[in-house]
Design a protein around this ligand. Structure first.
Ligand SMILES: CC(C)(COP(=O)(O)OP(=O)(O)OC[C@H]1O[C@@H](n2cnc3c(N)ncnc32)[C@H](O)[C@@H]1OP(=O)(O)O)[C@@H](O)C(=O)NCCC(=O)NCCS
Length: 138
């Protein structure tokens, strides 16, 4: 089945199901927060197979200078088929060449970002969130 990459925003329940399947540490116990994460994002690139959501890249961007790729997830049944790479490349395309893309990597995804997406590590600082994000969160 061909994979469709699109910028149409998915439904909250689809995102929760995908994040849980992919083991992405987000507040999936809180549908209201997930809904706000989707509506509040400036760019959501999704991958669908036969209409089903199988991958997602959620970004906050001004489309000219900076883009923070906040979430990237691919359903485990569809991983290692180039979908993650396609989602990042489509995100880069949508934000344009003048935009710097940055993200925080999970330890398990570091090789994907550095070796396969050729992202370069930079120093990063954070103010941690106080929201109790639940057992899957991080
Ligand atoms: C990381 C993730 C998005 C990659 O998606 P994917 O669709 O499997 O990636 P791709 O198929 O486009 O992979 C591109 C290349 O990277 C490799 N790769 C993918 N994930 C990898 C990983 N975690 N570690 C090392 N290499 C990886 C693939 O083998 C592929 O190599 P190839 O071109 O030689 O075949 C996916 O594994 C995922 O959703 N993981 C769980 C959630 C997560 O960790 N998200 C990132 C949070 S920062």
């Amino acid at each position: 089945m061909p994979i469709e990459i699109m910028t149409r925003r998915p439904e909250t329940w689809e995102v929760i199901r995908l994040y849980r399947a992919a083991g992405l540490r987000r507040a999936t116990h809180d549908p209201e927060m997930i809904a706000r994460m989707i509506t509040g994002a400036s760019l959501v690139v999704s991958a669908r197979s036969d209409g089903h959501l199988v991958g997602l890249a959620r970004s906050i961007t001004d489309f000219c200078h900076s883009c923070y790729l906040a979430d990237l997830a691919v359903d485990p049944c569809f991983q290692k088929q180039g979908i993650g790479r396609s989602l990042v490349l489509r995100t880069k395309h949508e934000v344009g060449g003048t935009t710097q893309l940055f993200l925080l990597s999970a330890a398990t995804a570091e090789t994907f970002y550095t070796r396969f997406m050729e992202l370069t590590p930079e120093t990063c600082f954070q103010i941690a969130r106080t929201y109790p994000a639940g057992p899957q969160a991080g």
